[in-house]
Design a protein around this ligand. Sequence first.
Ligand SMILES: [Zn+2]
Length: 372
Amino acid sequence: MQTQFHDLPAASAGTFRRLRSLHFGRGASGRKAYLQAALHADEVPPLLVAQKLATRLAALDDAGAIMGEIVLVPMANPIGLAQDLQGSLLGRFDLGSGVNFNRQFRHLTPALIARLSGRLSPDAKQNTRTIRACSHELLTEWLPTSETEALKHLLQTLAHDADLVLDLHCDNQAVVHLYTGTAQAEAFAPLAAYLSAQALLTSEVSGDEPFDESASRIWWELSAHFGEHFPIDPHSCLAATVELRGETDVSHELAEQDAEALLNFLRHLGHIDGAAPALPPSCPATPLEGVEPVTAPAPGIVVFAKAPGDWVEAGELVAEIIDPLTDARTALHASVSGRCFARSARRYATRGMRLAKIAGAKPFRSGKLLSM
Ligand SMILES: [Zn+2]
């Protein structure tokens, strides 16, 4: 294993932030898997899972079982991790800009289309290499102007040539669930199965350029653009956001279990030598456009009737809101049937707040599909 340290440019005089990336394997197969933990810095379960992964991957590396290269960034966001305000760790948004740390990665497709003109060939494998080289050129030309932009630039650069990208997160209160591109649902069903995920949410474009899409989306877009004349594998990079339950679901047992599931998926894809265990059944893939964000139409005390993992029928009570000023009670009923996979950890709602998410099977939303 090799350890690399990456220093971010200081946002302010006298401050200093650093990340590390752990590099396993000797790259013999030419394939690369990239995993990072807690881009939303206050999401602690993936930080512990990464600890377990690092130990396990080091042992596998010593045994010569890493087939290509596996890169692990066990703590992806030192900026957010230091945003401790009066007892609350605020690691989701950059306090300086208000921008979500998992948004506004570079969408390279338009620049790649221009740059690839005259550089593609009839050989799909060669085209994969050429596109990665062009992506690297574009990322090198990106000159970040802030510490947070430098962080995004670093993470996107570390992942740009990977065949597999797993961005490890968690939700407020949740069961395990995954987000990926629509075309990659089948590829990630085994990961959903190994993790016992209860929702596998897919979208073509979820909006605002989250990290996983910055790695995967270029491939199906370039394949659609050039495919008639030059073959491009639309799955050259499989990428998913993996939500490892809720923010307080931190235990050695769960982390070991999740690390084992992730390693089994890496075995399944041939990044690690050895047979992966037989696949348990997987939850069905459902469209992100079908997720109902149950939203508070009024402020008040939130009393949930449903918990993550519960199946909800359309029309069933999900939560009640009680206004402490007027005593008015508002019942919130689901409008779709599906698995409740996440809910807020807060029990006081302001008007318009999203309280719970239900994975419906039928698309009914459009536009920006992720929460803030
Ligand atoms: Zn997150």
